[in-house]
Design a protein around this ligand. Structure first.
Ligand code: GLY
Length: 256
């Protein structure tokens, strides 16, 4: 849990990604964040939805799991818990970067924000999966959601089984992609079910992406960790940046 929280916090703090500061703006011009964390040894989970004043929603999701009687808290409810546990609430503009403000203005003025200046703007949901020396697994996922979403829109990321799943008996999965599509096939739990049937993590990741493309139009990406430490990475999005560490050795990649 510590490892996935730390990894996701790091990515939330990096404005490159659509998580934490630097996330895409909703139609009202605000950052609205979702995050979830899951403990594979207990199946405990914590999620926050539509928080607007917290830089590291993954840490707040973990507080929901450990410090509340609930699994999911939304908006002000989540932020009240944050305040009670000493998390500093920040003005929404603190989470907004110039790149995304300009993109939002371009969209408002009728320019296609996915052309020109913005076409190659890196963005995307972030996630992490980990296994410790006792073979316990955990997963974490964090996102700013989709660009110009309606305020209050909820995608796949903070929904258990969609944005992630973790179960010591099978492994851990974190997903990214078009949330409205990914949730239709409960993609992370579906991939865990394939792991349970004995698939290798890579095979299960590819089968998870095939689930999307076979019946739906959505694109997605998956990082998968089997209970034996096998690793799977697959995507139908145009690219997927990823990294993994095994016994201290770090490997990174961007797959297009
Ligand atoms: N997968 C992120 C979202 O659709 O919100």
């Amino acid at each position: 849990l510590q490892a996935v929280e730390a990894a996701v916090r790091h990515l939330e703090d990096d404005p490159t990604f659509d998580a934490g500061r630097g996330s895409v703006l909703n139609a009202a011009g605000e950052v609205e964040l979702d995050a979830i964390i899951m403990d594979g040894s207990t199946l405990d989970l914590g999620a926050v939805i539509a928080v607007k004043h917290v830089s590291n929603p993954i840490t707040l999701a973990r507080l929901v799991m450990t410090e509340s009687d609930h699994a999911i808290l939304v908006a002000q409810g989540a932020e009240t818990l944050a305040r009670e546990h000493g998390v500093v609430l920040k003005p929404n503009w603190h989470l907004v970067v110039d790149r995304e403000r300009e993109r939002w203005h371009a969209r408002r003025s009728g320019t296609n924000p996915d052309e020109g200046l913005f076409r190659d703007a890196p963005r995307g949901t972030v996630g992490a999966v980990a296994r410790d020396t006792d073979r316990h697994v955990a997963a974490a996922t964090s996102t700013g959601g989709t660009f110009y979403k309606e305020p209050g829109r909820v995608g796949d990321s903070p929904l258990v089984g969609c944005g992630l799943y973790a179960d010591d008996q099978v492994g851990a999965v974190s997903a990214t992609g078009e949330g409205e599509e990914l949730m239709k096939v409960v993609i992370s739990k579906s991939v865990c079910d394939l792991l349970r049937r004995g698939m290798h993590a890579q095979e299960a990741a590819e089968a998870g992406i095939a689930l999307l493309s076979r019946r739906l139009t959505g694109r997605g990406g998956l990082i998968v960790l089997g209970r034996r430490g096998d690793i799977g990475i697959a995507h139908s999005t145009s690219w997927l940046a990823h990294a993994h560490v095994v016994a201290g050795e770090i490997r990174t990649g961007v797959e297009a």
